[in-house]
Design a protein around this ligand. Structure first.
Ligand code: C2O
Length: 480
């Protein structure tokens, strides 16, 4: 194993990813931030220099932080924030986290303004290694032309993105930009180079604030082989649904005639406000070696119709290695609701409460120092015993879907469905996929299971940067 020292400076820089000039919270001046690539088993020293002008904290999404919960990067849960002009080094190993991951600021809405990047943990034992020649990282996100931060106060109405990007690029029609703004048309699309007959592993990451996408490449089938760091059986599809914070790897073979093709990321508009109807398809170019360079690719979209605002069917998404999963020893039910707080702001609630950080004393610290009064509060569940097998049933009373993420664990997705009752007959305890972010359908339910074998204080939250809530929709706190 190697120690990888990675220097990351978080700072505001003026850029124009889609031709529209704005200030972004960049990592090393780049948007998206630089990709971190390490091998399974390595140590990562992530040195953060905070030059943002405001406090921050960085979370490595997909890393389990086994034995190092204090490096999980959730402000006031795992650590104090890194003040402006300070440095902080995250120091952790990744013995089991091979896969496609990402890192992002976990303080307020900073990642929506750019503080994120890909984190790839290569696997020397990758069972699919011989099945592809090269790897390509594809980051998808919705994109706003205004700073996310001030929007927090006005989040009563849903925010429609101005655009969407693939690897930080897209064109924008500047006639839609407010007058006085600096904007140039045809900023350019991301371009991916294919060589005929080569096979590519695309590592796809949705780093959006709110938006779920369908990802596809015209004329090219894809085979899913990984979901959030779990290898899956090969699963052939043409359009890949991917929700906020989820990752997939797909193998794509360059088996089409030498030409240019459209890569597309389509907003799943059923779970967006009506005003999103006009949002364009986000495009990039797949250019085969030998094809003309600026030729406009033909429009050849896949026509498979898929359900929107739900995950790729977990029944077909099977783990590569069959695994007998343990019986649950504990069960909790969470009701997800949105309603107005005292100041009239709509917020997200889990069982009637929403996480409010104590900005004097991080929760993890309190636990260590024995000041555990917090732990029995409404925001937290406590596990006194190591190795409980925990079932979580979520009942979503909101019409919108919610991509839920748990820190410190991967969980088995036992099932999802419509209605306000978990349908026990529908649960798959046989060989379910294990991942860290899964979608609870709008007005629906999700059942998941995990083993509480990683002591720490771990957040659980919807990964949408809720326009309607404080920080991420309802950070909830778990202690193990
Ligand atoms: Cu991507 Cu709380 O995390």
């Amino acid at each position: 194993p190697k120690t990888n020292t990675i220097d990351l400076t978080i700072e505001k820089v003026t850029l124009a990813p889609d031709g529209f000039t704005r200030q972004l919270s960049t990592v090393n001046g780049q948007y998206p931030g630089p990709t971190i690539e390490v091998n399974k088993g390595d140590r990562i020293l992530m040195k953060i220099r905070n030059k943002l002008g405001e406090p921050t904290a960085i979370h490595a999404h997909g890393m389990l932080q086994r034995g190092t919960p204090w490096y999980d990067g959730v402000p006031w849960m795992a650590q104090c924030v890194i003040p402006d002009d300070y440095e902080f080094t995250y120091n952790f190993t990744v013995p089991e986290e091979a896969g496609t991951h990402w890192y992002h600021a976990h303080e307020t809405l900073q990642y929506v303004d750019g503080a994120f990047g890909a984190l790839i943990v290569h696997d020397p034992d990758d069972p699919y290694k011989s099945e592809y020649d090269e790897e390509i990282i594809v980051m998808l996100n919705d994109y706003h032309h205004t700073n996310a931060q001030p929007l927090l106060k006005e989040f009563l109405t849903p925010e429609i993105p101005d655009n969407g990007l693939i690897n930080g690029k897209n064109n924008f029609d500047c006639s839609k930009a407010p007058s006085g703004s600096k904007c140039v048309d045809n900023a350019g699309l991301a371009k991916f180079e294919f060589v005929k007959n080569k096979k590519y592993r695309l590592r796809i990451i949705n780093t959006s604030a709110f938006s779920a996408f369908f990802f596809s490449i015209d004329k090219h089938e894809m085979e899913v082989i990984e979901a959030d760091g779990s290898y899956t059986k090969r699963n052939k599809i043409n359009r890949l649904p991917i929700n906020v914070a989820q990752r997939y790897s797909v193998i794509v073979t360059a088996n089409q005639p030498v030409d240019n093709y459209i890569m597309r990321s389509e907003f799943q508009k059923k779970c967006m406000p009506d005003a999103a109807a006009n949002l364009p398809i986000i495009k990039a170019i797949v250019h085969y070696e030998g094809a003309p360079n600026d030729a406009e690719p033909k429009d050849n979209p896949w026509s498979d119709s898929l359900a929107e605002c739900v995950d790729l069917d977990h029944k077909t998404l099977q783990p590569l290695k069959e695994e007998k999963i343990p019986e649950a020893t504990k069960k909790f039910e969470f009701e997800i609701e949105f309603h107005k707080n005292k100041t009239g702001i709509v917020k997200a609630f889990l069982n009637g409460s929403s996480y409010i950080p104590d900005i004097n004393f991080p929760t993890l610290d309190k636990i260590f120092k024995g000041k555990s009064s917090y732990e029995r509060s409404a925001n937290a569940y406590v596990f006194d015993k190591d190795g409980e097998v925990v079932d979580l049933y979520f009942i979503n009373y909101d019409e919108g879907d919610h991509p839920f993420h748990i820190h410190g664990y991967q969980f088995w997705v036992l099932g999802t469905g419509d209605g306000d009752k978990v349908n026990k007959d529908e649960l798959n305890t046989n060989n379910p996929i294990k991942r860290d972010t899964a979608t609870i359908p709008g007005s629906g339910w999700m059942a998941i299971r995990f083993v509480s074998d990683n002591p720490g204080v771990w957040g659980i939250h919807c990964h949408m940067i809720c326009y309607r809530s404080f920080r991420f929709c309802s950070l909830y706190c778990f202690f193990f």
